[in-house]
Design a protein around this ligand. Structure first.
Ligand code: SF4
Length: 436
C-alpha cells in the first residue's frame, strides 16, 4: 500500500507521524510524497489555533482533488475535539481520535505491529523526511497529555491527562536513531517537564536526561518546550554535559502578571526572572526562547506594554508570537472583553518587531565566534559551492557555502555576520577529518 503522511502543528505531531512511517515501512508498505500516488493519506491535525484547524480542512479538500480514490484518514487534536465538523469536509475519510492514534496503522493494516520499530530502513525514512525538519534531527515522543488547565489551551482538552513513556523504551529508541546515523534527537511531549509524574515512582525528566546521556552515544540532545514552573535551578547541573544543548524554550505566554493570572499560568514575572537568571548563570551560550500570546481576553494596552517591557528585559533569543485564538471548549473562549482582531494584529506586529530586534542582538554577540553546526540542507549554490543551512548547538540558524557531503555532519563554523533570522558563517579550512 502507498501512504502519504502529513503533520500539522507541533513537534509531537511530527514525532508521531515519523513513528507511523516506521511502522508502515516495517510492515513492507511504501511512503509516497504525492497524494496522486497514494492509496491512503494520513493527516495528523492540530487544534491550537483556528488557523491550524482551517489548514486541516483545506488540506483535506486539496488531497481529495488531487486523488479522489485515496482514503484521507484524519487524526490528531482537531480530529479529537471536532470530529463531526471535520467529517463534513469534502474528501474526509476515517476520523481517528488521539486516544486511538497509536493503533492507527494497525487499524489500516491489521497485520502491522504497533511496536516502535527499531530498524535499518532509516535511509528510506530519511528520504520521506527530507521535506520535513526531522531529517537530521529525530523527534522523540517521551510524554503525552497534560494535567494543567491553562485557560487558552485546547491541547489539554484534546490530549487528556499526562502519560509518560517508559524510560527504557525511550533510551532504546534513541540508541536506534543514533545507530541509524542521527546526530541529534529532540525530546518532545505535550508537557515534557511533567515526565514521570504519572509513574508513581520518584522519577522525572532529569532522570530521563541522565539515562540518555549515560546509556546512548547520541552527539546532540535537545529539549523541546518546558513549562517554567516544572524546573528548579538544580536542574541546570545537567548541562555540565556538553551533549545536552544550551537551548531552553520556556513558554512565558505573557509578561503581565494580571494576564498570567487570567491564563491560569503557574508562573509570574518574578519567578520567571529568577529562573532565567539561574539558567544563564549555569549554562554557557544559553539560547533562551519563548512563546508569547498577544490579545488575550481583557488584555489592556497597559498590560500589553507590561508584556513588551518584560520581554525586552528578558532578552530572549527568539520569540514565537501567537495572536490569541478563541478556541471553543477552553475557559478563555467565554471570558468577557475579547480583544478586537485589528488590535490583536497590531499587537502581534509590535511584539514580532521586538522579537526580531532581540534575535539580532543575540546573534550579534556571536560574530567572530566559532561554533559547531549540524548541517541540514543545501538551499542553492554560488561560486563558492553549495549554500548549506544548519543549526548551532544553541539553535542559531546558520548559512554558509561549502562542498557536497555536509548533510547530517557537524562541523566548526566561524560566524561572520548577524541577521534577525540567523547568521552567515564560513567553513574556513574544513575537511572531512574535522567533521564530528
Ligand atoms: S501546560 Fe498549559 S499550555 Fe501547556 S499543554 Fe498544559 S494546559 Fe496547555
Amino acid at each position: 500500500m502507498k501512504v502519504l503522511l502529513h503533520s500539522i502543528g507541533c513537534r509531537l505531531n511530527q514525532s508521531e507521524i515519523e513513528t507511523m512511517a516506521r511502522q508502515l515501512l516495517a510492515a513492507g508498505h511504501e511512503i509516497v510524497t504525492e497524494a496522486a500516488a497514494a492509496d491512503k493519506v494520513i493527516v495528523n491535525t492540530c487544534a491550537v489555533t483556528a488557523e491550524a484547524a482551517r489548514d486541516a480542512r483545506n488540506l483535506t479538500r486539496r488531497f481529495h482533488r488531487q486523488n479522489g480514490a485515496a482514503e484521507i484518514v484524519l487524526t490528531g487534536c482537531y480530529a479529537t475535539i471536532a470530529p463531526q465538523e471535520l467529517a463534513q469536509v469534502k474528501g474526509a475519510g476515517r476520523i481517528v481520535a488521539n486516544q486511538d492514534k497509536e493503533r492507527l496503522v494497525q487499524m489500516l493494516i491489521p497485520q502491522a505491529s504497533t511496536a516502535q520499530p527499531l530498524f535499518e530502513q532509516e535511509p528510506v525514512l530519511r528520504e520521506f523526511l527530507a521535506g520535513n525538519a526531522g531529517s537530521t534531527r529525530a523527534f522523540i515522543k517521551v510524554q503525552d497529555g497534560c494535567d494543567n488547565h491553562c485557560t487558552f489551551c485546547i491541547t489539554t482538552v484534546a490530549r487528556g491527562a499526562g502519560q509518560s513513556r517508559h524510560l527504557g523504551d525511550v533510551v532504546a529508541e534513541i540508541q536506534a536513531r543514533c545507530a541509524a546515523g542521527y546526530q541529534e534527537v529532540v525530546l518532545t511531549g505535550v508537557h515534557l517537564g511533567s515526565y514521570g509524574q504519572d509513574m508513581g515512582q520518584k522519577m522525572g525528566l532529569r532522570d530521563l536526561v541522565q539515562a540518555i546521556l549515560r546509556h546512548t552515544d547520541i552527539p546532540r540532545l535537545r529539549l523541546s518546550s518546558l513549562e517554567p514552573w516544572d524546573i528548579t535551578p538544580d536542574f541546570f547541573a545537567l548541562w555540565q554535559n556538553a551533549r545536552l544543548l544550551p537551548h531552553l524554550h520556556l513558554p512565558l505566554q505573557s509578561g503581565s502578571d494580571s494576564v498570567l493570572r487570567r491564563m491560569a499560568r503557574r508562573t509570574r514575572r518574578a519567578a520567571f526572572r529568577t529562573l532565567a537568571a539561574a539558567a544563564r548563570a549555569a549554562i554557557p551560550h544559553l539560547s533562551l526562547t519563548t512563546d508569547i500570546i498577544v490579545g488575550f481576553p481583557g488584555e489592556t494596552e497597559a498590560e500589553f506594554q507590561q508584556s513588551v517591557d518584560f520581554v525586552r528585559e528578558m532578552g530572549f533569543a527568539r520569540l514565537h508570537v501567537f495572536n490569541y485564538s478563541q478556541r471553543p471548549g477552553t475557559a478563555a473562549a467565554t471570558m468577557p472583553h475579547q480583544v478586537p482582531l485589528e488590535t490583536r494584529k497590531e499587537r502581534s506586529r509590535r511584539m514580532i518587531e521586538l522579537g526580531e530586534h532581540l534575535s539580532l542582538a543575540f546573534h550579534e554577540q556571536y560574530v567572530g565566534v566559532t561554533a559547531p553546526v549540524l548541517w541540514e540542507t543545501a538551499v542553492g549554490a554560488d561560486d563558492a559551492g553549495l549554500r548549506w543551512v544548519g543549526y548551532t548547538d544553541n539553535y542559531i540558524r546558520v548559512q554558509a557555502s561549502g562542498p557536497e557531503g555536509l548533510f547530517n555532519r557537524i562541523t566548526p563554523v566561524q560566524l561572520t555576520a548577524a541577521q534577525a533570522n540567523g547568521m552567515m558563517g564560513q567553513l574556513g579550512g574544513w575537511d572531512a577529518d574535522d567533521a564530528r
